[in-house]
Design a protein around this ligand. Structure first.
Ligand SMILES: [Zn+2]
Ligand SMILES: [Zn+2]
Length: 303
């Protein structure tokens, strides 16, 4: 189960009752944060989630509304007596930017590990999930992220018997273990059927609509996408500032064939995003305006 909370939905600056865009996901005791603008730690506190299990922080890009909350969050994590290393993922220059911010948070009781993305697409495997970064099109280098959890195939008794796998090894193989015994090597695929559909979340903000987004969001259970502008007549502004309108986000969701779309990263001038959902839902019916603290648990499909 991937437990998701859209911590905030604001773009550019935090507002009363609207924190800056950030997302937190929890899986099997490990937490992932994507973006960390000013006030993100207050949003986490409001949600009632813990800072300590945050193992990975991914940054879409280095605009202040997506990273200026980091030094404060690191200090809080230090105060929570975290000792395990923290992995930071982001565009090239990440270590330089974070070290500059760390002038005000120099001593931490845990190590920072930096993974700088240099290619248009990169994949990182850790803690039982896969993080895929894909470059989008903003006025600085910017990436979207997918988080994927695979699901192994069903246990296949006939197959296990055909391959003459000794029964005492069945459950260990089913759990993914490789066993070396009796001069043979037994691997999980010898007792499992085809892999089943897993869980996929895609988060993408601060970009024009580009093909890399719909390609990478394809098959997502949830697609969280920026919608800086909802009001009609803002199309040109979206082009100039390298952002998106609600309808552009809806078209991406439709192209990608996702299950559900949440909009986020609203312009501070957009007070009531829900008023502009009519046209969006005509393009992609399962679209909702993101709200601060909007949460969902994504599970494997029932069979
Ligand atoms: Zn932004
Ligand atoms: Zn930006």
């Amino acid at each position: 189960m991937l437990d998701i909370c859209l911590l905030g939905t604001g773009g550019m600056m935090p507002l009363p009752r609207r924190w800056l865009t950030a997302l937190m996901a929890r899986y099997n005791g490990s937490s992932i944060l994507i973006d960390c603008g000013e006030g993100t730690q207050i949003a986490i506190k409001e949600k009632g989630w813990s800072f300590k299990p945050i193992d990975v922080i991914c940054f879409t890009h280095f605009h202040g509304d997506h990273i200026s909350g980091l030094p404060g969050l690191l200090l809080t994590m230090g105060n929570a007596e975290r000792n395990e290393p923290l992995t930071l993922i982001g565009p090239k220059g990440l270590e330089r930017v974070v070290n500059a911010l760390r002038v005000i948070a120099p001593e931490l009781p845990f190590e920072l590990r930096f993974l700088e993305i240099t290619n248009p697409e990169e994949t990182f495997e850790m803690n039982g999930y896969r993080i895929r970064a894909f470059r989008v099109n903003h006025n600085v280098v910017c990436y979207g992220y997918s988080i994927e959890i695979d699901r192994a195939g069903r246990f296949d008794v006939t197959r296990a018997k055909e391959k003459e796998i000794p029964m005492p090894y069945w459950s260990r193989l089913q759990k993914g273990e490789t066993i070396e015994a009796d001069g043979k090597i037994y691997t999980p695929d010898m007792v499992l059927g085809e892999p089943r559909k897993g869980i996929k979340l895609t988060y993408c903000t601060d970009t024009r609509p580009v093909k890399a987004i719909s390609d990478n969001a394809a098959g997502s259970d949830l697609f969280i996408c920026e919608g800086m502008y909802g009001e009609p007549g803002k199309e040109q502004k979206a082009v100039e500032h390298k952002h998106m309108t609600f309808t552009e986000a809806a078209n991406l969701a439709k192209e990608a064939g996702v299950k559900e779309l949440w909009l986020t990263h609203y312009s501070p001038s957009l007070i009531h995003p829900e008023e502009f959902m009519g046209d969006v839902q005509k393009i992609f019916p399962n679209a909702y305006p993101g709200k601060d603290c909007k949460s969902v648990e994504l599970d494997f499909d029932e069979e």
